[in-house]
Design a protein. Structure first.
Ligand code: COA
Length: 322
C-alpha cells in the first residue's frame, strides 16, 4: 500500500525573540548572528506553554486550514521531540487525550532534528504493512526550555515550534524510498543530558541543557547531508533535476548554502525556516514547508526532498510527492 501526506500544518508560539535580546545577555551582536547563522528571529514558548501544547495547537490549525479533514479514524500518533514536557506520559498520548482519539497507537520518537522525517518513514511503513490507515506525524520542540543561555555559541540558535503531517494511503507512490541512519560515535558532539554523566565513555556536562561542538557538527552535516542526498536520489532512480524543492533541516543557513554548493543545486530551490524561526530541530522541516506553501511556491505534484540531521548524530531523508 502506497502512502501520501494529505496535509501539513504548523504552530509557533507568538513570543518573538530578536537577536537584540541576546545582545543584552551575552557578548554578541545582530550582525554576527545573521552572518554566521542566517537567523533574525526565533519564537519562544511561554513559561506555561509546553511541547504538548504546541502539538495540540498544530492539530487545531490542521483542522481549521483543511475543512475536509477530520481526526476520525486516526489509528497511530507519532511525536518526534527531544524536548517533551516529561518522559512519560508521551506527547503522543497527550495529543490522543486532547482530541479523544480512540484506538490510536501512541509513541514518541527521539531522533533529534532528523525526527520528523523518521516519523514519516515509520508512518509509510505502517501503511505499507496494511496495519494502519491514518497516522499523525509531529515534529515539535520547546528547545528554549533546554538552552544554556550562558553559552553564546549555541543559545543564539534555538527556537520553538511544531508541525504535524497527516499520512494516509494513496493509490500511487507519494512517499518514496527513504534513507535513515546515525553515527553514534559523534554522540558527544550534540547532546541534551539526563542523569548519565558520560557518552561513549567520555564525560559530559549533565545539566539538562543542550551542548554542541558546533564546528564538528557543521562539517559533519555538510559532508553527510550532501552524500545522503545523492544516495537518496539513486535509491529512487532520480536526479536533482527531477526535484522541485529540497527542504533540509534548518540548522544554520551556512550549512544549507554549503550543501547547495557541494551538490551544485540552486539555493533558491532550498526551502528553509531558519530566518524567522531559528533552529527548531524536528519542527524545522514542516515549518519550512508551511512558509513555502503559504507563499504559493509549492504546487500539487511537486517532488520535494526532505532531509533532517542532528543529535545522534542522526539523519533521515525521504522524497515526497505532494
Ligand atoms: N557572538 C559573537 N561571537 C561569537 C558567538 C556569538 N554568539 N559565538 C561564538 N563567537 C565567536 C567565537 O568565540 C570565536 O571567537 P574567536 O575566533 O575569538 O575564538 C568566533 O566567534 C568564531 O567562532 P566559531 O565557533 O568558529 O564560529 P562558527 O563560524 O563555527 O559558528 C556556529 C558557530 C555554532 C554558529 C556554527 O559552528 C554552527 O552553526 N554549527 C552547527 C550547529 C548546528 O547547526 N547544530 C545543530 C545541528 S542539528
Amino acid at each position: 500500500m502506497d502512502s501520501k501526506i494529505t496535509a501539513i500544518a504548523v504552530y509557533a508560539p507568538s513570543k518573538k525573540i530578536t537577536n537584540a535580546y541576546f545582545e543584552q545577555i551575552i557578548e554578541t551582536n545582530d550582525e554576527w548572528i545573521i552572518s554566521r547563522t542566517g537567523i533574525r528571529e526565533r519564537r519562544f514558548a511561554e513559561k506555561d506553554e509546553y511541547t504538548s501544547n504546541l502539538c495540540i495547537s498544530a492539530v487545531e490549525n490542521l483542522l481549521v486550514e483543511n475543512k475536509d479533514i477530520s481526526l476520525e479514524g486516526v489509528d497511530f500518533i507519532i511525536v518526534s521531540t527531544t524536548t517533551a514536557d516529561q518522559v512519560m506520559p508521551s506527547m503522543a498520548s497527550q495529543v490522543q487525550n486532547a482530541f479523544k482519539i480512540p484506538n490510536a497507537g501512541c509513541i514518541d520518537i527521539m531522533a533529534a532534528c532528523a525526527g520528523f522525517v523518521y516519523g514519516l518513514t515509520i508512518a509509510k511503513g505502517l501503511i505499507a504493512a496494511g496495519t494502519h490507515k491514518k497516522v499523525l506525524v509531529f515534529g515539535a520542540e520547546t528547545l528554549s526550555k533546554f538552552t544554556d543561555y550562558t553559552d553564546r555559541t549555541s543559545c543564539i540558535l534555538f527556537g520553538d515550534g511544531a508541525g504535524v503531517a497527516l499520512v494516509e494511503p494513496s493509490d500511487h507512490p507519494q512517499l518514496l524510498n527513504a534513507v535513515t541512519g546515525s553515527d553514534g560515535s559523534h554522540g558527544k558532539d550534540l547532546y541534551l543530558s539526563q542523569h548519565r554523566t558520560e557518552v561513549n565513555g567520555e564525560p559530559i556536562e549533565a545539566n539538562g541543557k543542550i551542548h554542541q561542538n558546533g564546528k564538528v557538527v557543521f562539517k559533519w552535516a555538510i559532508q553527510t547531508v550532501s552524500a545522503k542526498i545523492k544516495e537518496l536520489l539513486a535509491k529512487n532512480d532520480m536526479t536533482l533535476d527531477d526535484l522541485d524543492w529540497v527542504i533540509l533541516h534548518s540548522a544554520n543557513m551556512r550549512i544549507i548554502e554549503g550543501v547547495a554548493g557541494e551538490i551544485n543545486y540552486p539555493l533558491e530551490k532550498m526551502l528553509c525556516s531558519i530566518e524567522y524561526f531559528g533552529n527548531t530541530s524536528s519542527a524545522s522541516i514542516p515549518l519550512a514547508y508551511d512558509i513555502a506553501r503559504k507563499d504559493g511556491k509549492i504546487k500539487p505534484g511537486n517532488k520535494i526532498l526532505m532531509l533532517g540531521f542532528g543529535g545522534g548524530l542522526t539523519f533521515s531523508g525521504i522524497i515526497v510527492v505532494v
